[in-house]
Design a protein around this ligand. Structure first.
Ligand SMILES: NC(=O)c1ccc[n+]([C@@H]2O[C@H](COP(=O)([O-])OP(=O)(O)OC[C@H]3O[C@@H](n4cnc5c(N)ncnc54)[C@H](O)[C@@H]3O)[C@@H](O)[C@H]2O)c1
Length: 340
């Protein structure tokens, strides 16, 4: 598969390979480097790189904490990393977010390489240059735009990814299909397992294209938030028992219903959301009695204007729009979609 180029504050490539380690070794050359990874991936990293080049972090969101961040910054200094050294993040989105933020801040910014090992990391988190950690007050509240020097995608990692994580990450691919590339939707309908490589490749191309046209999220990049307005609120309301992808799945169905009412999206395309997300075994609706809290949570997001909330909507597959919809109307749409 041909590499995909991203143009951002620095241009970089996304390589697709069946040997991430060979690719990585040739990129490192003789530079001083450190690899940041997670415990369950350590053995695979150790098969190629020495133990003393590896730092193992906590799993999942736990590693995106201020305390881990400061401990690791200090660790980089103790290992005498210089401005020319490399940080390599190997893991899910949480690890690449942390590794990228360390690279953004250590010595005012050094190079880093992202090696995503989850579906969410491959199609979303490792691409686009956003790095960061969580604060006690909320997720991703400290961060920086700092593009990697290279992203290496090797689908071999996915063999050990828990099935629930694999499917949840693919919610972002479904989104890429609806906002930009209808072929992705055909591939899902044909069966995601056998088409996984092409689904991931095309999703990466969609995100890379959007980010290259609007790196700093001024307007166009907002289309990537399709399904995220309600999705973020559901994620928080569920106290993170639903993963990001699962919450986005619910949010996307809601955004499709909103699009039907406010942007003239055809019923067929709305129904296609239910069909594909159902095939992936992802949730399509949420608790009816959570609406008031979801409204409050969406209100805290930037998308609120007075009594209405702003959504990225769809006019048709591949044609996005922005709409502002009154709270009362949203409540009707939400209640009608519960349990569908
Ligand atoms: N920077 C961005 O633009 C961006 C975009 C979307 C999401 N994110 C961030 O990404 C994170 C979510 O990403 P995620 O879903 O990958 O979460 P994650 O990194 O927490 O990984 C999910 C789980 O899968 C495990 N895992 C990952 N790869 C594995 C593999 N190959 N084999 C076995 N287990 C594996 C992890 O250890 C973890 O338990 C969140 O922190 C989110 O904020 C960032």
């Amino acid at each position: 598969m041909k590499p995909i180029e991203v143009s951002a504050e620095r241009d970089y490539g996304i390589t697709f390979t069946d040997s991430w380690s060979r690719e990585l070794k040739s990129l490192i050359g003789d530079r001083h480097f450190v690899i940041i990874t997670q415990a369950q991936l350590r053995d695979r990293v150790k098969a190629t790189f020495s133990e003393d080049s590896i730092i193992v972090t906590a799993d999942g969101e736990e590693q995106k904490s201020l305390s881990t961040f400061t401990t690791l910054l200090e660790e980089l200094a103790l290992r005498a990393l210089s401005r020319n050294s490399l940080i390599i993040g190997i893991g899910g989105g949480a690890t690449t977010d942390l590794a990228g933020f360390l690279a953004a801040t250590y010595m005012r910014g050094i190079d880093w390489i992202a090696i995503p090992t989850s579906s969410a990391g491959m199609v979303d988190a490792a691409i686009g240059g956003k790095t960061g950690i969580n604060l006690p007050t909320g997720k991703n509240l400290a961060g920086a735009f700092h593009s990697p020097a290279q992203v290496i995608v090797d689908l071999g990692w996915l063999a050990t990814l828990p099935n629930r994580e694999l499917r949840a990450g693919l919610a972002e691919s479904v989104k890429c299909g609806f906002i930009s590339d209808s072929k992705i939707l055909e591939l899902f309908q044909d069966g995601f397992e056998k088409n996984l490589a092409e689904i991931i490749y095309r999703s990466v191309a969609v995100k890379a294209g959007v980010v290259s046209r609007d790196f700093r999220e001024s307007f166009e990049r907002e289309v990537l938030n399709y399904g995220h307005t309600l999705g973020h609120a559901v994620e928080r309301d569920s106290n993170y028992t639903l993963s990001h992808g699962e919450a986005v799945s619910i949010g996307m169905v809601f955004a499709a219903e909103v699009s039907h009412v406010a942007s003239g999206l055809s019923r067929d395309v709305v129904d296609l959301h239910y069909t594909i997300l159902n095939q992936l075994n992802l949730p399509r609706s949420y608790k009816k009695d959570s609406w008031n809290n979801l409204m409050n949570l969406m209100g805290r997001d930037k998308k609120r204007r007075g009594q209405s909330i702003r959504f990225v909507s769809l006019k048709s597959i591949g044609k996005t729009d922005r709409v502002e919809v009154e709270a009362a109307r949203l409540k009707e749409i939400y209640e009608a979609s519960v349990g569908r």
